[in-house]
Design a binder for this molecule. Structure first.
Ligand SMILES: *Cc1c(COP(=O)(O)O)cnc(C)c1O
Length: 378
């Protein structure tokens, strides 16, 4: 008898299934959210001046939590549960400039877990209200660069899980398809006159969306090129230009959701064909111009996207090229009524959108492209 047990002395009793049952329920709930959601529209607004160029905007503002971060949050939750990091009772913690935390608070509420968002104090009131309405808690920091360490610390102290969008955004999303945003866009383009876009234009926060787009373009052998647009206070542009991943920027980005103080791990410079650094006043001008033409308000990062898209359209028209261009509506302008849509805020921040507005209006109406306003400033 002693001899028999001696040959397998380390075998322990099989664990009960309670933990797996919780995970099964949580995965089913996340799947349910996906099943209840329709794909987002790829809108095709008409701009009379843009002869030969078709513009498409993937409208991510219509997700239940109002931004493209709905996709990311669902993926991060599934990744965490399937890795065994998120379990029954786990406190979830995130470092965020706002939108991700809104979506994560929603999913945390769905599966019954506590959620703490570490956010800069400058985060818009509308986003903070949304986080709290879904039962999340906000922990404020003064400088955006502090969010990472504080989030790690809170997760450690609460024996919780740091969701860490900046690290996991690029890998939690299935890069070869599974209805990721790139597969959805290229699928929705199939019946268009120019089904393969000449360029896709996207801004970078985590860098996850541009990574997904760039990889998918290569994987499917499309002739599309990827342009990433960056903002004034951000480390991404310098990193892409010089190849230095240690680039930093000490001033905080004024365009919520995009522009980072450091080069985030999810930023993949190797899949980016071109980058443009867009002045903040140009982003906000483009946001206003596009909002007026869509008859509804879009957010600041959508303005950055749209400015970059107009820039490329102008270059293509000047070179006599035709084709289609795709970008994203990342979130709605309703989140920024007290900032980008408030003339007093623009004045306080010395943001003069007039020259860029005039340039964009003229371009969209008549096709006359005059980038003089940009070169004059630099
Ligand atoms: C996150 C975010 C982006 C950028 O997307 P990433 O995939 O994180 O690079 C753009 N706009 C808004 C409003 C965002 O929240």
């Amino acid at each position: 008898m002693t001899g028999e047990t001696a040959c397998c002395p380390t075998l322990t009793a099989l664990p009960a299934g309670a933990d797996r049952n919780w995970a099964k329920r949580a995965v089913a709930i996340l799947e349910g959210d996906g099943r209840r959601s329709a794909d987002t529209h790829l809108v095709n607004p008409v701009f009379p001046g843009l002869k030969g160029i078709s513009i498409y905007l993937k409208d991510e503002s219509t997700h239940p939590t109002g931004s493209l971060k709905h996709r990311l949050a669902r993926s991060l939750f599934l990744y965490g549960i399937c890795n065994g990091w998120i379990r029954e009772g786990t406190t979830l913690v995130e470092a965020s400039s706002g939108s991700t935390a809104v979506s994560e608070a929603y999913f945390a509420h769905l599966i019954g877990l506590p959620f703490i968002a570490v956010v800069p104090r400058s985060t818009s009131r509308q986003k903070i209200e949304a986080i709290e309405r879904f039962g999340g808690r906000c922990h404020f920091v003064e400088r955006p660069g502090e969010v990472y360490d504080i989030a790690v610390q809170i997760a450690r102290e609460s024996d919780g899980h740091y969701l860490d969008q900046f690290t996991y955004a690029e890998r939690a999303t299935d890069w070869r398809g599974n209805n990721n945003i790139a597969e959805s866009i290229f699928g929705q383009m199939i019946s268009e006159a120019d089904p393969v876009p000449t360029w896709v234009v996207m801004s970078a926060g985590t860098g996850g969306t541009s990574a997904t787009l760039g990889r998918y373009i290569r994987y499917r052998n499309f002739d599309t090129r990827l342009c990433v647009v960056d903002v004034e206070n951000s480390a991404f542009y310098d990193a892409w230009r010089t190849g230095d991943r240690n680039a930093v920027c000490n001033a905080p980005s004024r365009i919520e959701g995009i522009g980072r103080p450091r080069v985030e791990p999810s930023f993949m410079p190797g899949v980016i064909d071109h980058m443009i650094k867009v002045p903040d006043a140009a982003s906000i001008a483009a946001m206003h111009v596009l909002s007026e033409r869509l008859f509804r308000r879009v957010g600041g990062s959508t303005g950055t996207n749209f400015f970059g898209l107009c820039w490329i359209a102008g270059c293509m028209m000047a070179a006599g090229e035709r084709g289609s261009l795709v970008s994203l509506i990342c979130d709605s302008g309703d989140r920024y009524t007290s900032t980008y849509y408030d003339p007093a805020w623009l004045k306080e921040n010395s943001i003069d959108t007039d020259p860029y507005r005039e340039m964009l209006e003229a371009f969209l109406d008549s096709g006359h492209f005059d980038p003089g306003v940009l070169t004059a400033e630099k």
